[in-house]
Write a protein that binds this ligand. Sequence first.
Ligand code: UDP
Length: 242
Amino acid sequence: MRSKYICGIRVDEIDRKSALKFAKQLLLNDTYNFKWITSINPEKCGRAMENEALRNTINGSIMTIPDGIGIVWAGRMNGLLLKHRIPGIDFAWNMIRLVHKYNLKLYLYGAKPESNQGAVARIEATMPGINIVGAIDGYREWNEVAADIADKKPDLLLIAMGGGKQEEFIWKYKDILPVKVAMGVGGSFDVWAGKVERAPRLWQAIGMEWFYRIAKEPFRIPRLKYGLRFMMCSMYQMLYNM
Ligand code: UDP
């Protein structure tokens, strides 16, 4: 897989199909040596430019996936052949399908208790018989959660604590947790539980899901500065290398 460091952040050249194929290999191999996948958008990358721990977590991932349309643009501007965005929420759902298909173990960590339980219910209703070995909300003491994860030894660990926090958890426990693949999934449990609606398909198709989210949840407006910062920096990097 080809990668490029854009403003210090690793962007991988990957498409939906090969990303899932790679995730399948990771899930089916037999080592529980904690690899993690990070979905990146301009906001997260902008934050990572000034936060070394977040940057290390992104750059230390086994794969970064272009969750935001801005990452696709930034990648293309800097010579990567990125075909499309891969929304983290869809990618995580497809990994859950693999867990179901191959009878692996899933652990859901994060979100409010009702969202966490709602996500479990939705997954169980869609994929009967799936082996969910743990489900715990995102407002507990971290060491207590880590001990439970270690005890359950999941193949796939999804962490829904929002960009930043979930990466902090990953970085803190990566060397001690017996997990095959972990991934931070932001607000995905809220969506799966039916508490938050995703943008209509048309908005997603034209790469405006981010705008829909901001319009629905204006508290996200101040965070735009991070995304803008990353996009400007990507443009400078492209011009500098021309
Ligand atoms: N959350 C959590 N623990 C915390 C803070 C937040 O579990 O200490 C959860 C919160 O309940 C919500 C999610 O993290 O479900 C954050 O979702 P958001 O949409 O803000 O994340 P993003 O997709 O923007 O990264």
